[in-house]
Design a protein around this ligand. Structure first.
Ligand code: SF4
Ligand code: SF4
Length: 313
């Protein structure tokens, strides 16, 4: 139930080629504004730990770390208390990690907790690590212990233009429009509805779009937030300041990749590891020239996948 929606079975089943030893449970929110995992940790700590124990057993991991950002002391306390209450929970430890974006990315969390690097373009099992979201752990407990299918998930409905922001337990399949209506509708300042958070979210073209098991948030942004305000600055040429390089958590060169995509040199973009980009949006956010680097990189990834026939034309 994390943002990427990778199948849990594939993550946790034993694989002789990639032996897993450490299970990291991700209690860090993906993006600013989102608090669904935080609420889940406060309200369903016992269920999360029950799911963590099942995942540990299935994956064969000997050590478990629950990573929670240090600006959430109540969640750290709630999960620590759930671990102490639970039987056979030895080896499960809460690790407070620094609050920063994108700490919720699995590669960043592995680095923060274990000080180990996941290879560029690789996945955590390559270094013996499995990363599961807290919501996934709770869903595992519900499926295995209560024999219930996955019908609901907690969604953060947020943004400066939403009337009644909050976390809601939403039936999968509910339309975005119905959910916004339930939250009191939008204010006059609303300009864009985004599935996800303000950094990585995708704009919704149709309010009939349904909530899925990976919809962690719906964010309603204002004109000022999306840069459409009357006096918002326009894009200007790159001044080679290097801020995008310094901001990239994957140590990529966003400006070079974006330039290669603009010039339609997809093989060059690939040689700069375009596919290792996690689309976190940090490069675009810090760029003083307001260049939509992440947009170019996302487009380049799609073109490259089409070229390799991984997705239909
Ligand atoms: S979006 Fe930009 S900063 Fe984030 S991983 Fe991709 S290139 Fe790096
Ligand atoms: S942050 Fe913007 S202006 Fe600076 S090097 Fe990167 S693309 Fe160029």
């Amino acid at each position: 139930m994390g943002g990427a929606g990778f199948p849990t079975r594939v993550k946790i089943e034993p694989n002789p080629q990639m032996r897993k030893d450490i299970l990291i449970v991700n209690g860090c929110e993906c993006e600013p504004y989102i608090t669904c995992d935080y609420r889940l940790m406060l309200e369903r700590g016992d269920q999360i730990i029950a799911g963590v124990k099942l995942a540990r057993r299935a994956s064969g991991c000997s050590r478990v770390f629950v990573g929670i950002e240090d600006n959430k002391p109540e969640a750290i306390e709630a999960i620590s208390a759930a671990i102490s209450r639970s039987r056979h929970s030895d080896g499960i430890r809460v690790v407070p990690v620094k609050t920063k974006y994108p700490q919720g990315g699995e590669r960043q969390l592995v680095k923060a907790i274990l000080n180990r690097n996941v290879p560029t373009g690789g996945i955590p099992p390559m270094i013996g690590v499995v990363v599961l979201n807290v919501a996934t752990a709770a869903a595992i407990a519900e499926a295995v212990l209560a024999d219930l299918p996955l019908t609901h998930r907690v969604v953060t409905v947020t943004g400066e233009a939403i009337a009644k922001p909050g976390n809601y337990n939403v039936a999968i399949g509910t339309s975005v429009g119905r959910l916004i209506e339930f939250c009191g509708g939008v204010t006059q300042k609303s300009a864009k509805v985004v599935l996800g958070g303000p950094m990585m979210g995708i704009a919704v073209a149709d309010l009939e779009t349904p909530v899925t098991k990976t919809t962690n948030a719906i964010t309603v942004l204002t004109k000022e937030q999306i840069g459409r305000a009357k006096f918002a600055r326009r894009q200007t040429p790159c001044i080679r300041c290097g801020r995008c390089l310094a901001a990239c958590p994957e140590n990529l060169s966003p400006t070079k990749i974006a330039h290669a995509v603009k010039s339609n040199l997809l093989d060059v973009a690939e040689s700069y590891y375009i596919n290792a980009c996690t689309e976190c949006g940090c490069c675009s956010y810090v760029c003083p020239a307001k260049i939509e680097l992440t947009g170019y990189i996302k487009t380049g990834k799609i073109f490259l996948a089409r070229q390799k026939k991984m997705i239909p034309q």
